[in-house]
Design a protein around this ligand. Structure first.
Ligand SMILES: NC(=O)c1ccc[n+]([C@@H]2O[C@H](COP(=O)([O-])OP(=O)(O)OC[C@H]3O[C@@H](n4cnc5c(N)ncnc54)[C@H](O)[C@@H]3O)[C@@H](O)[C@H]2O)c1
Length: 366
């Protein structure tokens, strides 16, 4: 078990990884028996499982029951929460795994939400210059989004995902059964990404989504697979985010800034809550700058406003520096993904501060 307190002095080491190590994307697998078959076939020198305290409590023993080869493995536990997707925690995991004899032929199984898949993917893709890892996502957000696409990463200070790699896991195993214990707020957080996928790449899913409140669809496995496949398809077409994949950042420019801002307040937003607000801003910008119809904006905005929190009490002065720090920007400009229609994303739209201020004021009033 990894000690759960961060060493205070470690953060002095400020460095960025930019390792491009894009192996091929595994297809999504459903059913936990796929894991036994994979471990049998790969014959790893050692296997580790990374959990947080919640996936330790709710998921680990169920996984070990269904996968006999996992009954006797090293379990690494980190504290849950975005604050622990951190370079100092990654270093503790590297150290623990080295001490436990990990080598290049080891495998790390990441059993958890997006924090665990991002952190574990980063640790495994850098330790010993890269070993195999398997994602077993246990939140809706990780099932439809974080576990798919080969992006790993950790935060550096308040800036999200600044150090990371592109490396695909050896397998992604979807098991919607984990969601039984997922708190409602976390379900809603993932549902924002489900809506995003429909808006950018699956117009046919949108009517089905908007016909029901999010929570009524908790048992709907088709919803999860359909949404995960939107991301899988986009990533397969553009693995290194040269073009189409940028569309997945719809709602994330302002969303990440709101998430970072709110993290310093007494009411932090979940990732998906922040993305829901970021999408409302991006939808309004899309009407003003990309020709999106007001009808589409109104429909999506009404659904998001009805089921997600209101904007926190922050100004453009609070958000703009955070948006400028977004690593997808260049030349000191802020880039947004906008929509010209449902299913027609327009990446790399530069919006200046004045235009953003005008739209932000409109969204605040809605
Ligand atoms: N790599 C990518 O492409 C990508 C894409 C989207 C998001 N992300 C990252 O994903 C992270 C957010 O992921 P998340 O929303 O899954 O958050 P998370 O991993 O923090 O999980 C949310 C909470 O749910 C708990 N939990 C997980 N599974 C559970 C279960 N089955 N039952 C009960 N509790 C459970 C966790 O312990 C945690 O408290 C962010 O860091 C974000 O940057 C990465």
């Amino acid at each position: 078990v990894v000690p759960q307190k961060k060493p205070d002095d470690f953060i002095r080491f400020f460095f960025f990884f930019a390792v491009m190590h894009a192996s091929s994307m595994p297809s999504l697998q459903t059913g936990l028996d796929a894991l036994d078959a994979l471990l049998e076939a790969k014959n790893y020198s050692s296997v580790f499982v990374l959990v947080d305290e919640h996936t330790h409590q709710y998921c680990l023993s169920r996984l070990q029951q269904s996968c006999t080869q996992l009954r006797d493995v090293e379990v690494l536990e980190v504290e849950s929460g975005e604050a622990n997707k951190d370079i100092a925690i990654a270093a503790q995991l590297w150290e623990a795994m080295i001490q436990l004899g990990a080598d290049r032929h080891s495998c790390l199984i990441n059993l958890g939400g997006g924090v665990i898949t991002d952190l574990g993917g980063f640790v495994a893709s850098t330790l010993k210059r890269g070993m195999d890892f398997v994602h077993i996502p246990t939140t809706l957000l990780a099932m439809v989004d974080a576990a798919i696409g080969g992006k790993t990463g950790v935060n550096v200070g308040i800036y999200k995902n600044q150090a990371g790699t592109f490396q695909h896991p050896a397998a992604i195993i979807l098991h919607p059964g984990w969601l039984d214990t997922l708190p409602q707020r976390e379900w809603l957080s993932g549902y924002a990404e489900v809506i995003k996928h429909a808006l950018i790449g699956a117009p046919e899913q949108l009517d089905r989504l908007f016909a029901h409140p999010p929570l009524s669809r908790r048992k709907d496995e088709t919803l999860i697979l359909d949404s995960a496949r939107v991301k899988e398809r986009i990533v397969a077409e553009d693995p290194l985010e040269k073009g189409l994949r940028k569309a997945l950042n719809f709602g994330h420019t302002a969303g990440h800034a709101l998430e970072a801002y709110s993290a310093r307040t007494a009411a932090p937003l979940t990732h998906g809550e922040a993305v829901s607000l970021g999408m409302r801003i991006a939808l309004a910008l899309s009407v003003n700058h990309a020709g999106l119809s007001v009808d589409v904006r109104d429909r999506a905005d009404a659904y998001l406003a009805a089921h997600y929190p209101v904007l926190p009490d922050c100004t453009v002065d609070d958000l703009w520096p955070l948006m400028l720090a977004d690593k997808k920007n260049r030349d000191g400009q802020v880039n947004f993904v906008l929509l010209s229609d449902v299913g027609s994303p327009v990446p790399d739209c530069v919006i200046d501060r004045e235009a953003f201020e005008k739209t932000y004021a409109q969204v605040k009033q809605r």
